[in-house]
Design a protein around this ligand. Sequence first.
Ligand code: MLT
Length: 254
Amino acid sequence: MDRSKYRYRVEGTGPAVVLVHGFAEDSSVWENQVAFLKNKFRLLIVDLPSEDNGEDWSLPTIASRIRESLDQEGITTCSMLGHSMGGYITLAFADQYPGLLNGFGLIHSSAYADNEEKIASRRKGIEFIREHGAGPFLDTMIPKLFSPLTREKKPALVQKALEGKDNFSAAALVRYYEAMIERPDRRNLLEKTKVPVLFVLGKHDTAVSPDDGLEQAHLPEVSYIHMLEDSGHMGMVEEPGLSNTALINFLQAL
Ligand code: MLT
């Protein structure tokens, strides 16, 4: 497998739903959702590059790659669910191609831009990655994505997330951090969107605060909000049953 390439696969039949994973992840993060949703939906499941390929990785450019995939599959209307950085990409997509979406979901994600504190912490992260490499960075970062309860009761989930860390090059992680630093505030898009927006939040999320989602959920005309009480940033794997219910209720209402 060429990890420097953008890839996607299609599973299931029904209305089209695009799944976009987050930073330092691949599409396996959706495996519970794919198994659950593929009986009712045609899923276009994106895998973003995990090695630098010298191409433009700005979030709007990634959104345009997803658009090309939809064209290749003959999909003219879809909904899109984005986890964290995948949510930032979903917002860029909604901005560029509003006519293609009938709804979208921000899963542990937010329309805010990075504030100064977040930019400073990303820049420190970039320095650390350049000095020590991707592995040591992800060893520290990944466990913090899970709630204390998940870390205690389901340590295998954290181990599984850590197993993927060797797939990422330092250069790729730096590229994504830079792309996230550059992204604009997109609350105006939430205000002007005509389609329903789903917010799935983790009560113990320290990567993207659940308060951010709660502060934004009044902006769209129609919002669905789900707070996962026992999850951190990884509700799709921490509370898969409740996540699946939140997603299917939203998708079936579209
Ligand atoms: C992600 O999970 O995609 C990242 O934590 C998002 C972020 O750093 O803002």
